[in-house]
Design a binder for this molecule. Structure first.
Ligand SMILES: C[S@@+](CC[C@H](N)C(=O)[O-])C[C@H]1O[C@@H](n2cnc3c(N)ncnc32)[C@H](O)[C@@H]1O
Length: 266
């Protein structure tokens, strides 16, 4: 099932803006992989609250470059618009339908921590391919199916313990493996420049911070497969597990993401 785009709240959207340093920091690595440079026109697909787009516009693109962000959640678009500037614009839109943009109109298209939310990758890649200029680059950072995040493993254990369906939404439901991602990019016509795995050690101050990070990052989809009663039981077990992992430094959890860059043939 695709995640719902109707469960976001003003609180979750504001919270995401505050807690999304992890996505913001690895997004900067993606922009470096893409070799983003002055004067380019860039499409930020699923831009969230616009932090990475603002960074690209103000730090990398110069006065003649431009970032256009699109994002399906209106509450997050509102926050992203607070960051808008003459060369950073944001509007409501979905990765599967870029019909508001002309063919061959961008130098770079990127999806930072978005691809694992998309059930049907084909239209997404076809649209990115269409709007890219010849030689233009696509960048994707996505949760790895081969090496799930530590907090994902904990969740899967808890779901098993409760004898629940294990592919819960709110837990990057459509992540991809290394070969799968390569095949998807090539199938859409891209030439692959790189696919690498990067691992990050995240430090959370306490169990509640882990849960808040997941809830805000999944725009209201966290454990919504379950009834409120079962969800509370799962959350209680998660708190127990994360408490057991607490150290004086906090809860350290590893996250593993694939970073892919491909380009449209010249
Ligand atoms: C974890 S957030 C990442 C936001 C942003 N890219 C960042 O780096 O902070 C995932 C985003 O994917 C967006 N998303 C979910 N489904 C989408 C779709 N079909 N098309 C575009 N974006 C989508 C969500 O609305 C959410 O803002």
């Amino acid at each position: 099932m695709p995640p719902s785009l109707n469960l976001d709240t003003p609180e979750l959207a504001e919270q995401y803006d505050v807690i999304s340093d992890k996505q913001f920091e690895h997004g900067k690595l993606l922009l470096a992989d893409l070799d983003v440079s002055a004067g380019q026109r860039i499409l930020d697909v699923g831009c969230g609250t616009g932090r990475l787009g603002e960074y690209a516009a103000s730090e990398l693109l110069g006065p003649h470059g431009e970032v256009i962000g699109i994002e399906p959640l209106a509450l997050r678009v509102d926050i992203a618009r607070r960051r808008a500037s003459p060369n950073h614009q944001v509007s409501v839109g979905r990765a599967e339908d870029l019909s508001q943009f002309a063919d061959a109109s961008f130098d770079v298209v990127y999806l930072n921590s978005v691809y694992h939310w998309l059930q049907d990758k084909k239209p997404v890649l076809a649209e990115a391919f269409r709007v890219l200029k010849r030689g233009g680059r696509l960048g994707i950072s996505v949760a790895s199916k081969d090496r799930p995040h530590d907090i994902q493993r904990v969740l899967q254990d808890v779901l098993t313990e409760h004898a629940l369906y294990r592919n819960a939404t709110g837990a990057t439901p459509h992540r991809v493996g290394f070969s799968e991602l390569g095949a998807q990019l090539e199938g859409a016509g891209f030439l692959i420049d790189q696919i690498i795995l990067r691992s990050f050690a995240d430090v959370f101050p306490n169990p509640e911070a882990v849960i808040d990070f997941n809830a805000a990052s999944s725009f209201g989809n966290y454990l919504t497969d379950y009834t409120p009663h079962v969800r509370e039981q799962v959350l209680a077990s998660l708190r127990e597990r994360f408490t057991a992992l607490q150290t004086a430094e906090g809860i350290v959890a590893y996250r593993h993401l694939l970073f892919a860059v491909g380009h449209k043939p010249v």
